[in-house]
Design a protein. Structure first.
Length: 188
């Protein structure tokens, strides 16, 4: 099931000023580099944890609805389902009535759940016949849990200090430990 980022985060979970303060950098010479490190660290933390930090739009494509009434959205936290769309054999799109499903935002990862007695949506295409458009993330940067923000800062500092050497590309142990309480474990 392909997941496609449709709307990137509007901001990073930590600001350039916060990162510079953490790094004890007072000059502006490395601002662009530090900004790139913040974005890369966020993506690394998201990948390692299975979480999305700041709100962002996603589309999940499925060939068919599973045999259960629930379709895993593979990310967390999920704040809303925008649409569920089916695609006909001729690629015509049809939007599923929102009264037929709801979001299970408590589960990690989030799930689209059919209401009792509802028929699973079906598309006419053999592949990617169903698209679920949704928003994942904790919200704005201020809503991101502090341990995840700290993991981003620690990763930025580690990469800033170890640029170009063999130890720079991995998450630092302290950041990995902060993620352990938040990590989503997938059994596939």
């Amino acid at each position: 099931m392909p997941l496609i980022l449709t709307t990137p985060p509007a901001a990073e979970p930590v600001s350039l000023a916060e990162a510079k303060a953490h790094l004890r950098v007072t000059h502006a010479d490395d601002d662009a580099y530090i900004s790139r490190l913040i974005a890369a660290a966020r993506r690394a933390i998201e990948l390692a944890s299975g979480l999305r930090l700041v709100s962002q739009g996603w589309s999940l494509f499925a060939d068919r609805w599973p045999d259960t009434p629930m379709l895993s959205l593979q990310l967390a936290p999920v704040s809303s389902i925008t649409d569920i769309i089916t695609y006909g054999e001729d690629d015509t799109a049809a939007t599923v009535d929102p009264a037929h499903y709801y979001l299970d935002a408590v589960s990690r990862p989030g799930r689209a759940v059919l209401r009792d007695g509802r028929t699973p949506p079906r598309g006419g295409r053999a592949v990617n016949a169903i698209e679920v458009r949704f928003t994942a993330g904790f919200g704005a940067a201020a809503a991101v849990p502090e341990e995840l923000r700290q993991a981003v800062l620690m990763t930025v500092a580690h990469w800033y200090d170890h640029r170009g050497d063999g130890d720079g590309g991995v998450l630092p142990l302290a950041a990995s430990e902060l993620l352990s309480s938040q990590r989503i474990v997938r059994l596939t």
